[in-house]
Design a protein around this ligand. Structure first.
Ligand code: PLP
Length: 356
């Protein structure tokens, strides 16, 4: 079981009037205001570098993260893959936390398509990596070994903010061994809102950072790889090679710009809602609720096996969609407001009262 195998497809969702969909923050739909940004988009062929919306978005993102340049991607997977291939040659090796997205959920693209080996490093339940464990896996310069070139970290991990001092120390140690360091920051804006640290403080230790616009920020498509000029120059060729060169892509880049300008501060609401949800569900003794101090927008819930299917169906009849309740991930996002959260808590309470 993992976060995807437990996230069922629900074709019936299309007929729901007001679904409360907790499966992921990727299910968000663009707002009317976001869609209007498309009408005014200054489009051009981005393969010629002539789409003004994309150019502006890339400049804006680079400045926001205090790096030299940025490149727009259709997905976080392609952005992470391109980063790995930009930093590594065939036969090189990247160190990645065992449970990180780049190790588990990206189909090993770096190995399959780039000839880059992946060496997984143990991580704790909260996603932290021990410096010694990491250093122990950096191979000596010896013809028997691969060449360790890159360390790949992740923040947030399973919705949890990684302590910045730990990430900075890991990056510093890796740099001292001549490794590059990439951050998968798919939900880095949640870390920004949770910690109050600036985007610059969250990214300054890393050579490259990938951010997603289509998670909590609510854009329909898009990720950005942000780095120095030289890395982005390499990444541009690799993106073309991977089939990621897009044409009048300002139609989605304009939504991404809208998301960066309007939807970052509101992530606080998702964090508040997750907390209310966690507290509300904790009052039910049948449930085991995991909501750590460092958690942002996700609540993990388990319930006894005999209730799982019937509870899921009970909630589904109320248009509440959750992933499997063996350790279900309930993700709060801009499609779910506080009123919905109270409705959901009451629905859980009703179920357990009914079946008691
Ligand atoms: C969503 C996500 C990505 C990128 O996934 P895509 O579906 O390819 O956009 C990368 N890392 C993490 C941690 C994610 O949650």
């Amino acid at each position: 079981m993992n976060q995807y195998s437990s996230n069922k497809n629900h074709p019936q969702r299309i007929n729901f009037k007001n679904p409360i969909d907790f499966r992921s923050d990727t299910v968000t739909l663009p707002s009317n205001a976001m869609l209007r940004s498309i009408e005014n988009a200054q489009l051009g062929d981005d393969v010629y570098g002539e789409d003004q919306e994309v150019n502006e978005l890339q400049e804006y993102a680079a400045k926001l993260l205090d790096k030299e340049a940025a490149l727009f991607f259709p997905s976080g997977t392609q952005s992470n893959l391109t980063a790995m291939l930009s930093h590594c040659q065939r036969g090189d090796e990247v160190l990645i936390g065992k449970n990180y997205h780049t190790n588990v959920y990206e189909a090993r693209g770096a190995s399959v398509l780039g000839g880059v080996g992946i060496c997984p490093i143990e991580t704790s339940a909260t996603g932290s990596m021990n410096i010694e464990d990491m250093l122990n896996q950096i191979k000596d310069d010896d013809p028997h070994y691969a060449v360790t070139k890159l360390l790949c970290l992740e923040n947030t991990f399973s919705g949890q903010v990684q302590p910045q001092s730990e990430l900075d120390k890991l990056a510093k140690s890796a740099h001292s061994k001549n490794l590059k360091v990439h951050l998968d920051g798919a939900r880095l804006f949640n870390a920004h809102i949770k910690t109050g640290l600036s985007m610059k403080q969250l990214t300054s230790s890393f050579d490259s950072v990938s951010i997603c616009l289509s998670k909590g920020l609510g854009a329909p498509v898009g990720s950005l790889l942000v780095a120095d000029q030289e890395t982005i120059y390499k990444a541009h060729r690799l993106r073309k090679m991977l089939g990621g060169g897009m044409r009048q892509v300002g139609v989605i880049a304009s939504c991404g710009m809208y998301a960066l300008k309007n939807n970052i501060q509101r992530l606080q609401e998702d964090h508040d809602n997750a907390k209310i949800l966690a507290e509300g569900l904790s009052s039910l003794e049948e449930l085991s609720v995991d909501f750590s101090e460092s958690q942002t927008n996700m609540v993990f819930v388990s319930c006894p096996e005999q209730h799982r299917e019937s509870l899921e169906r009970f909630l589904f009849d109320k248009e509440i969609i959750i992933s499997n309740l063996d350790r279900g991930r309930l993700v709060c996002h801009l499609g779910i407001d506080e009123k919905d959260i109270h409705f959901v808590i009451n629905a859980f309470k009703e179920y357990f009262k009914v079946t008691a």
